[in-house]
Design a protein around this ligand. Structure first.
Ligand code: ACO
Ligand code: LMR
Length: 264
């Protein structure tokens, strides 16, 4: 029989060896001829399957809604400072991306993990939130610097509206909203934020679409695919901020002394 030399790499998502590249077995010509969307391509390369239209559209909505949130947020600020230091596009982009984490944009996976665990264990919002407090952990997906009960995040509302209209079930989102109702009784800014909305709704997408086994859902949540949505989305805005600063020929940034408390 054939002797197969051992390989150093295993890859399962794409293949460039034939006449045309394939994403999860789907040839590029099919992707173009059938008018696949960016959401379809993400489904193939991240989830290794074609997802129904309402799911790919949801993925695209997440990307559009998270593409930018102005120049003042951590990521854009870093990118702007880096671009103004004369650095190139990739340096400016990654400098912004490096701020994505547990406080900013990168709380989606943890929100999904904690909401799923608390929901599946049947914890009441009170038990969940107070349990987190005892452990000294802020509830991922809850809280915002400028959004509050009286100044809701439109992105969250749009995601919820879409899911209500298209998802077969929104049980995780409903749970997240119950948690929000409880945290809002503690402080006005403890709203369900965009990370928490995406985290809980992606659980609904995974479990309600019938496209994933329970084991696959656990793996997706455990590995942490979902922060990838924010990273991908915000790259669009960070690239835009880089071009903006270059176009405006902005000089080296230096933070004003008056805005620093020098103290011993
Ligand atoms: N869970 C429980 N309590 C909270 C939470 C939370 N998620 N957020 C704030 N609080 C409470 C705490 O008591 C906190 O006091 P502490 O510093 O002793 O923990 C108190 O509110 C003060 O918080 P604020 O100063 O009002 O909050 P801040 O503006 O500093 O933080 C932030 C905003 C970073 C988003 C925070 O709410 C948080 O860490 N949330 C969890 C992470 C998260 O979801 N981040 C994504 C935000 S959306 C985005 O970036 C796209
Ligand atoms: C964002 O999308 O960057 C934000 O929700 C964070 C912020 O403080 O506005």
């Amino acid at each position: 029989g054939k002797v197969r030399a051992p390989t150093h790499i295993i890859s399962t998502i794409s293949d460039d060896r034939g006449d045309e590249p394939c994403y999860a077995g789907v040839p590029m010509s099919t992707i173009i001829e059938r008018g696949f969307s960016v959401g379809d391509v993400i489904s193939l390369l991240w989830f290794k399957r074609s997802l129904p239209r309402y799911c790919t559209q949801f993925i695209e909505i997440c990307i559009m809604l998270c593409a930018d949130h102005g120049p003042c947020v951590s990521g854009a600020h870093n990118t702007i400072v880096t671009a103004r230091a004369g650095k190139d596009l990739v340096s400016s982009l990654v400098s912004g991306l490096l701020t994505i984490g547990p406080r900013f944009g990168g709380a989606i996976d943890d929100a999904a993990r904690y909401f799923k665990d608390a929901h599946d264990r049947g914890l009441t919002p009170y038990e969940f939130v107070e349990g987190m407090k005892k452990q000294g952990i802020r509830v991922p997906g809850i809280g915002h610097r400028i959004k509050s009960r009286d100044n809701r995040d439109k992105r969250v509302q749009l995601l919820q509206q879409y899911a209500h209209n298209h998802f077969p079930s929104v049980k995780y989102m409903d749970y997240a909203v119950q948690v929000e109702n409880y945290t809002l009784s503690k402080a006005n800014n403890l709203v369900l934020n965009v990370d928490g909305a995406i985290g809980s709704l992606f659980l609904d997408l995974l479990s309600g679409s019938g496209m994933f086994t329970k084991q696959e859902i656990d793996e997706i949540v455990e590995i942490g695919y979902l922060n990838g949505l924010f990273v991908l989305a915000r790259s669009i805005g960070l690239i835009g901020h880089t071009f903006d600063q270059k176009r405006l020929k902005q000089p080296l940034y230096r933070h004003p002394w008056e805005d620093v408390l020098y103290t011993k």
